[in-house]
Design a binder for this molecule. Sequence first.
Ligand SMILES: Cc1cc2nc3c(=O)[nH]c(=O)nc-3n(C[C@H](O)[C@H](O)[C@H](O)COP(=O)(O)OP(=O)(O)OC[C@H]3O[C@@H](n4cnc5c(N)ncnc54)[C@H](O)[C@@H]3O)c2cc1C
Length: 307
Amino acid sequence: MALLDRAIVRLLPAVPKPVVQKLSSHYIAGSELSDACRVVKELNDDGKMATIDVLGEEISNADEARAIVAEYRRVFETIQREGLDSNVSVKPTALGLKLDHDLARENLEAVVRHAAESGNFVRIDMEDSSTTDDTLLIYRELRGAGLDNVGVVLQASLRRTVDDVWSLADLKPSVRLCKGIYVEPPTIQFRDYEAVRASFVKALDALLQTCAYVGIATHDEYLVDEGRRLVVEHGLQREQYEFQMLLGVRPRLGDGLVEQGHRVRIYVPFGQQWYAYSLRRLQENPKIAGYIASDTVGRMLRRNGSG
Ligand SMILES: Cc1cc2nc3c(=O)[nH]c(=O)nc-3n(C[C@H](O)[C@H](O)[C@H](O)COP(=O)(O)OP(=O)(O)OC[C@H]3O[C@@H](n4cnc5c(N)ncnc54)[C@H](O)[C@@H]3O)c2cc1C
């Protein structure tokens, strides 16, 4: 299967752009903010919250990073004007993390302060392991500056994650817990599927012990069940946690959680850079190509089956 996934990824650049666009349209709202707005409205109507992500390729200078800051300001204005139930997710490298730590911190601080003006919240996405220390440091710096409307992400597949939970405990952080999409060396990452699941459950339990607010971000039914079990065991009320999923991925699983009374937030990416973004994500983790291929075939079969 891994070989097939890698073969799909190698072939992708040869696939006509409109075909890639059609495939990615299930996972990306579109190229404009108005596309994200339409998708978020639909999600809100279905009882789901959202987090909007501005797709940006790796930036090469401070001006490009500032343009992303300005784009997020436009997103906050739109969320407020349209009355959407959505916060935002931000990638630190899009704000300059690979260029200069202080530049990235200043830009993130600007985004978090803009969010605060309309009572909104910023989730700092976690990228590959070369950025983990810096991202967590910036998060601590922002909290130290008195900014509380900001949260971070931890990746259960990293061996360090449970230690990170305990080292963040004094901040009572808001944490999105996910498996982690980046393929890292086995010295720092669990590769075995069950080991990643076990680490996820351990990290989630530790987070709830530290009274963190957790976004349980997974489409793995086993982990959704474990999440439901743990929030009951820790006696949490509905507002004290949420489940999170990606746009277009296993929507029925999210519907089921909403019906059971849980809060669900959907990650909604949009932007001009959808093509480069789609290719890069797939190259970073060929497993995703396999998921998309089987999902697409499944959808075609369902369509044909239902006439
Ligand atoms: C809201 C949210 C935010 C995230 N933010 C980050 C982040 O900041 N940093 C980071 O490293 N990772 C992030 N991720 C990605 C995450 O780390 C995983 O790579 C991804 O969620 C798949 O893991 P899983 O727990 O769903 O389990 P898996 O076992 O990988 O997936 C379970 C099933 O879900 C389906 N599925 C999962 N992912 C996809 C997909 N992309 N396309 C189609 N089908 C899919 C497949 O049917 C699969 O069998 C985020 C995920 C979510 C839900």
